[in-house]
Design a protein around this ligand. Structure first.
Ligand SMILES: Nc1ncnc2c1ncn2[C@@H]1O[C@H](COP(=O)(O)OP(=O)(O)O)[C@@H](O)[C@H]1O
Ligand SMILES: [Mg+2]
Length: 323
């Protein structure tokens, strides 16, 4: 794991370099790596290749119209591994913010087994990280969720899609930001996607998670549950059927009705509770729960809801730490 602090600016553009710095900040933000802006530079965290690639992209972005670029870099390269036999932690509470599901679950399990409270619990991460386990938990708890089939071979997946009818949706059981989810409009598309999955597919594509397509009229709901309370919700609007904000969906406030509060809290509890963000579909039949996310993102939701979501999360984390 590397912490890389750097500042980069052109030296041939005079005093006002804010438009160039703006360009760099956009690249850093788009990288998806955790970062912190400082008065003298920006600190990014990631693997060596990842952080160096960001610096490289920043340089390329300036080199298009700058002839001379100055860059200062400081690197803290730490070896990080867990000795499973030792409890060398002096921690009150651990907050998981990894974008990597597998690492998140393993790290949470290690801390939790050493008696350190974690947000969220490893069991919550395990269930929410799998669309299959989430669907199972929702069905078990009697919560409305789109009709779903699971198949193990392309042939049986095709049969399941025929049974469900078109359009339907196929997804990897683990994933986020709308990646690799496909709307299958007809049998031809089904055959094509299943063949691609079979031939190019990795471990993730050996399970076919097939879901009814829900007509949601250009928007779905993202509700935020913190410790048993639904603290806010947004609509995510998009012309595309995938509404994730990571894919360009725009957000507006969604007032939390009693019904939305109830289904959101129930869905959170079905998956083990804690701090979760819930994807809710709304149509003429009412609400249904699409999925429950355990590493909540909220950047585009604070202004539109007027709710200080990170502050509410911090309050909850402190509460968990004190118990
Ligand atoms: N069954 C469905 N019917 C209609 N739209 C869907 C369906 N499944 C997913 N979507 C759209 O795609 C988005 C991403 O799907 P989701 O299951 O939430 O995966 P991810 O984990 O990538 O966010 C949803 O927010 C929604 O806009
Ligand atoms: Mg989602």
């Amino acid at each position: 794991m590397v912490l890389l602090e750097f500042s980069m600016y052109p030296t041939d553009k005079g005093e006002g370099v804010s438009q160039y710095v703006g360009r760099i900040l956009e690249i850093i933000d788009d990288s998806g790596l955790p970062y912190k802006l400082g008065p003298m530079g920006t600190c990014i965290e990631g693997e060596w290749d990842e952080v160096m690639a960001v610096v490289g992209r920043c340089r390329e972005a300036l080199a298009t119209d700058c002839n001379r670029i100055a860059c200062q870099i400081k690197i803290d390269d730490r070896q990080q591994f867990f000795d499973l036999h030792k409890n060398s932690f002096d921690l009150d509470v651990v907050v998981e913010r990894s974008v990597n599901h597998s690492r998140a679950v393993h790290a949470l399990k290690i801390f939790s087994d050493h008696g350190i409270p974690t947000v969220n619990a490893p069991e919550v991460a395990e269930v929410c990280g799998s669309k299959f386990l989430t669907t199972q938990a929702l069905i078990k708890a009697g919560i409305r969720t789109p009709r779903c089939f699971l198949a193990f071979t392309p042939e049986s997946a095709l049969e399941a899609m025929d049974r469900l009818g078109y359009p339907c949706v196929i997804k990897p059981t683990t994933g986020s930001w709308g990646r690799l989810i496909s709307k299958i409009n007809d049998r031809d598309a089904a055959e094509a996607v299943l063949e691609h999955k079979q031939i190019l597919g990795s471990y993730h594509h050996s399970i076919f998670y097939i879901q009814e397509y829900v007509e949601k009229k250009g928007k779905d709901i993202r509700s935020f549950v913190v410790g048993g309370e639904c603290i806010a919700a947004i609509y995510r609007h998009a012309e595309h059927w995938i509404t994730n904000t990571a894919r360009g969906g725009s957000t507006t406030n969604c007032s939390v009705s009693d019904e939305l509060h109830e289904i959101s809290v129930k869905a959170a509890q079905a998956c083990g509770g804690g701090v979760v963000a819930i994807d809710v579909f709304e149509n003429d039949d009412g609400y249904s729960i699409n999925e429950v996310n355990y590493t909540m993102e909220f950047r585009n939701s604070i202004d539109v809801t007027g709710v200080n979501i990170p502050a509410r999360i911090v309050d909850y984390i402190l509460e968990v730490g004190r118990k």
